[in-house]
Unconditional design. Structure first.
Ligand code: AFP
Length: 337
């Protein structure tokens, strides 16, 4: 059997050669992110053992405090990324304010935003969770100083790279540098991410829908009608869509991207802005899905065009196969007229 030697690191550095002016800094950043992903993956795989060696927040058998996994993931990412000299500032879903690069490290031209462990309410029950990241170029002068909130509050269209890591039946690292979407599976035997999903394209037609139907009574009437439509075989001469909802955005979108589907977290009467965060969840996933040939909107507007006003702002999201997003947009529009 031929051995696959297309590691993530090789893919990143070979990709860089296509851009003659590239300095290699973005490649270094992605490589550093992949190291953090391996450390987090190892810890996620040990999560069940916390019950045996000590609960998070309590002392373990060595008398040390056991960190909650989302805090561990946040700290791992920060420590893996703070010293390379390529970043001027970071922001994490886990922290209210921006994360400054320590004084003793040099500052660079990039900005990193991340959600260290999305779907963390699933950790204790062995369900897939994920890390999401997004990279921008700084907008403040690259003069050796630290970045500011202004560097972080850029519309998703300005992302130079985005990606996610799913910690599931295996660990998969998916990324884009606006040149297609590629997925790499972690081989635990020798600790390398190997190319497993080359140039991913989301099927144009969907067969799966993912939404928390427990919130049905709070939905917009247009959304209720759309969901009825995709459940109704006769309407379209096609089989009804299958419902699949993990409650872990990364895993739900990863599956839908491979099989064809739509993921929805709408605005409703309970959550007028939806639940998911623009900067940490929606923008990076929107760039990836668009790069894979799909669409992502907030109901009427393209997610990537939203001008952020706040680091932790929430937005509704309809994301996935083009045909499905076009259709739900039509239903929402009709009901608004
Ligand atoms: P947690 O990180 O609190 O588990 O939230 C996960 C999440 O942000 C996203 O990954 C899910 O798609 C969504 O929330 C699930 O929300 P509901 O539980 O309201 O369906």
């Amino acid at each position: 059997m031929a051995i696959n030697f297309m590691t993530l690191t090789r893919h990143i550095y070979e990709g860089e050669k296509r851009y003659p002016g590239a300095t290699g800094e973005l490649s270094d950043l992605l490589h550093e992110l992949s190291l953090a992903a391996k450390v987090i993956s190892l810890e996620v795989n040990k999560a069940g053992l916390v019950d045996i060696i000590g609960f998070a927040g309590h002392d373990n058998i060595h008398g040390e405090k056991v960190k909650k996994l989302d805090v561990f993931a946040h700290e791992t990412l920060f420590k893996a990324m703070d010293h390379g000299g390529h970043l001027c500032v970071m922001a994490s879903e886990e922290e209210e304010d921006i994360l400054r690069i320590p004084d003793y490290h040099s500052k660079g031209k990039y900005v990193l935003l991340f959600d260290p462990l999305d779907g963390s309410s699933n950790i204790d029950v062995n369900v897939s969770i994920g890390t999401i990241f997004s990279i921008y170029r700084r907008v403040t002068p690259n003069d050796g100083s630290g970045g500011t909130l202004e560097d972080c509050l850029q519309p998703g269209l300005k992302q130079v790279a985005a990606g996610y890591i799913v910690y599931g039946s295996s660990t998969i690292f998916v990324y884009t540098v606006r040149d297609g979407v590629h997925g790499f599976t972690l081989d635990p035997a020798f600790g390398e991410f190997l190319l497993s999903h080359k140039n991913i394209k989301i099927p144009e037609k969907a067969s799966i829908y993912s939404i928390n139907e427990g919130n049905y009574k709070y939905w917009h009437p247009g959304l209720k009608k759309y969901i009825k439509y995709i459940q109704d075989a006769d309407n379209r001469g096609r089989k009804p869509y299958t419902s699949r909802y993990i409650g872990s955005m990364v895993a739900d979108i990863h599956r839908n991207m491979l099989y064809g589907g739509i993921f929805i977290y709408p605005a409703d009467n309970l959550n007028p802005d939806g639940k998911l965060r623009l900067m940490y969840e929606c923008n990076p996933m929107a760039l990836i899905i668009e790069q894979a040939g799909g669409r992502a909107i907030d109901g009427s507007k393209r997610i990537l065009e939203i001008q952020p006003t706040n680091l932790h702002q929430r937005v509704p999201i309809y994301i996935g196969s083009k045909e499905a997003v076009d259709k739900v947009e039509e239903y929402l529009k009709q009901e608004n007229q």
